[in-house]
Design a protein around this ligand. Structure first.
Ligand code: NAP
Ligand code: ZN
Length: 342
């Protein structure tokens, strides 16, 4: 039987449906194929609480088909009994002939799965389209391998490199497309962080109103608790975490106050708290100071920068990052996506 790229690519395409929906679970796509034809396919979706492999397998009613079939899955199948039955045991029970796996799981306890499949005579092909299969789960892998959320730094800058103009307050840099894309990006991440000055100056809502998707958890730093409570941040429409140096008992159903020390380890304290809370990703949307906390420590994964054709002549300089450009696109303004060397 010939292993074909096309089937794993389809599994990756299916897995991508889960971005922004199923965190903290990984996104997974699965395709079952016989003689070049897909006979079943699925992706994991939180509400149904079933793994992609189980869903794809259960759609096939004629068990004799499994003997001739190849199962493609983007992430190593689970082998532990969790809230759902083990995918490895189901694959063995159904006597699937070949299993093609994209990326290995970061969990040691899942690792026995491949050995078990082989022990039962199933041919296993590992690391197939490995890089692509890892990238789709970059949030999940970063979280478990680095013990912190995946970090995206995002800002808009003028053609001459400013994130704010000296002359016009709230001068818009982006356009309607980039604003909508920003809302799509927000919907894909677990949380969003902005600096205190940005909040005081721009009073942002930090929602996804221009896109059909979930709202991220709002995070902000308010050392002295100086942001007035009539600001959008306190509108109670989204879960909100406020890091402060003040001791505060106040509790509100959607707003959580966390006391930390605003010292050299500020970033580490924030990331550790988010890790414990299972927040797998964060999009940092400026201003300059807050972005530079991440850049100076070299703790970030991706930068997404909109470069418009407006000229400001003077203002607040945009941050500078070093990394590999992984995407350059134009939607009336240039979009650059840069991957950290870190
Ligand atoms: N173009 C864009 O994409 C974009 C996006 C967002 C904002 N902006 C613009 O950026 C400007 C605001 O940026 P900004 O750089 O002035 O402020 P900022 O990054 O929004 O906020 C930084 C704030 O965090 C505080 N902070 C507390 N602890 C800190 C620490 N350990 N390290 C660094 N900061 C700490 C700072 O206090 P201290 O002042 O005491 O240091 C400061 O008030 C506004 O004009 C806004 O419109 C542009
Ligand atoms: Zn599973």
């Amino acid at each position: 039987m010939k292993i074909k790229k096309l089937f794993m690519e389809r599994a990756i395409q299916l897995a991508n449906n889960g971005i922004g929906i199923i965190s903290p679970n990984p996104i997974v796509g699965c395709v079952i194929e016989i003689n070049g034809l897909i006979i079943s396919e699925a992706w994991n979706y939180q509400c149904e609480n079933e793994h992609a492999e189980v869903k794809a397998i259960n759609k096939i009613k004629n068990d004799s088909l499994f003997l001739k079939s190849t199962l493609y899955v983007t992430l190593e199948p689970c082998s532990h009994l969790g809230t759902t039955p083990s995918c490895v045991d189901l694959i063995i029970k159904k006597k699937i002939s070949i299993v093609v796996i994209g990326a290995k799981s970061p969990f040691i306890k899942s690792r026995i799965g491949i050995k078990k499949l082989k022990k039962y005579g199933i041919k296993v092909i590992e690391n197939y389209l490995h890089d692509q299969c890892r990238i789709i789960n970059k949030r999940f892998f970063t979280f478990y391998e680095k013990n912190r959320p995946f970090i995206i730094l995002k800002w808009d800058q003028s053609y001459d490199g400013f994130i704010a103009s000296s002359f016009k307050k709230n001068e818009c840099i982006s356009n309607i497309y980039s604003r909508q894309l920003t809302h799509k990006w927000r919907s894909e991440e677990d949380s969003i962080l902005v600096g205190e000055k940005t909040i005081l100056m721009d009073n942002p809502e930090l929602n996804t109103i221009k896109w059909n998707g979930k709202n991220p958890v709002k995070i902000f730093l308010d050392k002295e608790l100086s942001i007035p409570n009539y600001y959008h941040l306190f509108d109670n429409k989204q879960d909100t975490i406020i890091f402060t140096e003040k001791k505060i008992e106040k509790k509100n159903n959607k707003i959580e106050f966390i006391q930390i020390c605003f010292d050299q380890k500020l970033l580490e304290q924030i990331l550790f708290f988010l890790f414990k809370k299972k927040i797998q990703s964060i999009i940092v949307e400026g201003g300059k100071k807050i972005l530079e906390i991440f850049i100076k420590k070299n703790i970030w994964d991706e930068s997404r920068v909109f470069i418009s054709n407006k000229i400001f002549n003077d203002g607040l300089n945009a941050p500078i990052v070093n990394g590999n450009i992984i995407l350059k696109k134009n939607i009336d303004t240039d979009i650059l996506i840069i991957k950290s060397f870190y």
